[in-house]
Design a binder for this molecule. Structure first.
Ligand SMILES: Cc1cc2nc3c(=O)[nH]c(=O)nc-3n(C[C@H](O)[C@H](O)[C@H](O)COP(=O)(O)OP(=O)(O)OC[C@H]3O[C@@H](n4cnc5c(N)ncnc54)[C@H](O)[C@@H]3O)c2cc1C
Length: 477
């Protein structure tokens, strides 16, 4: 008698980029017909997520298209898709004067969705347009996955790919401005900026990539009022150096063991690069590719120091803005309609007229000044430390003792295979974290190339587990 093959069930919670990439690469590694991959994602399509499911034409990918691919090793895959699908021809502003392509973020989302399309059509991958509300062990090694409006699924393996939680607005702002028509606590919500009028004085809290997006969107919508971006250090995201440069420096041979010595090495490498006509960008490109090894070589206390003191500097050099967005920012700075200040918010008052009075303690002299504005937009980045409370299913897994916050407060504690670590040090079985939530263990895990590599790594672990259980060999595209 021939035994009926067991069809394994894999549930992926979150079908933004990391979830879609994990599904795609897992499907490629499993013999056809051996598994069904169910991706829970409330958005209309897989692969978009927060970054690439956007209708805003001024939201651009912040690196040239050749650095964005679902298929590492085929760097021009997305670029070819842009050309073949006619997307490039429809967006002449994507190509800079020197020939680099900075596509719209929505185009990248459509590209990923297009790669998933055949898998959806064949039924290897199923997209359930629903939000998962509970994931719990059932006792036989499987997981019960419950989603809004869907029947319960028993999964052999679960991959969590729900990314960082939304920003946590500073408490003083949230208390004083709750309900104000032009208080925007989360600028990533579609249409969040539409209540802002063209002449409004806008205060942006934060000055990183999301702030740059906000400025570009307001400008394109005809906003001409004053914009004041305020952050503790007054740093803002830098632009690119477009002529190609090889990554510069070496940080993994006898790696730094403290944040301070790492900083010294970076400064030295930047100086050495400058001496041979290479810009700092090339040093940060090397740091990015060696980020995971650099991070893992640091003791936890030094990782914490790095997060606390150096991350703001890392973020603005590492995550650069597209030239199109940089041009808007430079123009507004030159015109005096944009200022970037280093200050802490120490008080907020809502006036009867609707005007907002913000008291700021300036970093340069410690003095407190008051600024008046008509709108406040929060762009302070993900609320990392609140991740376990941000979703009922994560809170449930934390209460069940399956997962916990990592030691640096950037996401969920995971082992070297990206499986959640419980407080007693045991790794969860058949449960994986894909994407930026695993950053505390894997280090640099924000930019697309690293998220792709990590999704492939998780897909390989899952394929190996399933094939081992069934005594089969994995395949690879
Ligand atoms: C605004 C922005 C712009 C970026 N731009 C770039 C760039 O230009 N270049 C670059 O290299 N990197 C960029 N990045 C970084 C990186 O590419 C993205 O962060 C990456 O897409 C992360 O993928 P992800 O799957 O973790 O998150 P997402 O793609 O956001 O996916 C998470 C998904 O989980 C879903 N979800 C959440 N909870 C549940 C639940 N309970 N049930 C079901 N689904 C759920 C959400 O709907 C979401 O779609 C950007 C990031 C952001 C936030």
């Amino acid at each position: 008698m021939i035994a009926t093959p067991v069809i394994r069930s894999v549930a992926i919670v979150g079908g933004g980029f990391a979830g879609a990439a994990a599904a795609y690469h897992l499907a490629a590694r499993l013999p056809h017909g051996t598994a069904r991959i169910t991706v829970y994602e409330p958005r209309a399509f897989l692969g978009g997520g927060l970054a690439y499911d956007t209708e805003e034409p001024v939201h651009r990918i912040n690196v040239p298209a050749v650095r964005m691919t679902l298929l590492p090793g085929d760097d021009e895959h997305f670029l070819r898709w842009l050309a073949d699908s006619g997307t490039l021809a429809d967006d002449p502003a994507a190509t800079t004067a020197d020939g680099h392509v900075f596509a719209r973020r929505s185009a990248f989302g459509r590209y990923v969705a297009a790669q998933l399309e055949p898998l959806l059509a064949s039924g290897v991958v199923e997209h359930r347009k629903a939000r998962v509300r509970a994931v719990a062990p059932v006792g036989d090694g499987r997981w019960r996955v419950e989603a809004e409006g869907c029947s319960t699924l028993l999964a052999d393996v679960v991959i969590v790919a729900t990314t960082h939680p939304s920003p946590q607005a500073p408490a003083a702002l949230a208390r004083a401005l709750e309900g104000h028509p032009r208080y925007v606590p989360d600028a990533t919500v579609p249409g969040a900026l539409s209540p802002i009028r063209s002449g409004d004085r806008v205060m942006i809290v934060g000055a990183g990539l999301t702030a740059a997006d906000v400025i570009a969107v307001l400008d394109a919508a005809g906003h001409r009022g004053a914009i004041a971006a305020v952050s503790r250090r007054g740093l803002r995201s830098r632009g690119h150096h477009l002529p190609p440069q090889e990554p510069f420096g070496e940080f993994v041979t006898s790696p730094a063991r403290s944040a301070r010595s790492l900083l010294r090495r970076v400064r030295r490498a930047v100086a050495e690069a400058a001496a041979v006509g290479v810009t700092w960008h090339a040093v940060f490109d090397r740091l990015r590719t060696q980020g995971s090894d650099i991070w893992r070589a640091l003791p936890v206390i030094e990782q914490r120091r790095l997060v606390r003191f150096l991350r703001p500097y890392w973020d603005v050099h590492r995550f650069r803005i597209a030239p199109q967005v940089e041009a808007v920012i430079e123009h507004r700075l030159a015109a005096g309609t944009l200022t970037v200040d280093a200050a802490a918010i120490v008080g907020v008052e809502r006036q009867e007229t609707g005007e907002i009075a913000v008291r700021l303690r300036q970093r340069r002299d410690g003095k407190t000044v008051e600024k008046r504005c008509d709108a406040v937009v929060v762009t302070t980045g993900p609320g990392h430390s609140g991740v376990l409370r941000s979703q009922p299913f994560l809170a449930g897994l934390a209460t069940a003792g399956v997962l916990q916050l990592d030691t640096v407060g950037l996401g969920i504690a995971v082992d070297d295979s990206s499986r959640p670590l419980a407080a007693d040090g045991r790794s969860a079985q058949a449960l994986y974290i894909a994407g930026p939530l695993a950053r505390g263990t894997f280090g640099e895990l924000m930019g697309l190339p690293q998220v792709t590599e990590h999704a492939i790594f998780v897909a390989e672990q899952v394929a190996r587990d399933l094939m081992r259980a069934d005594g089969m060999a994995t395949s690879s595209r």
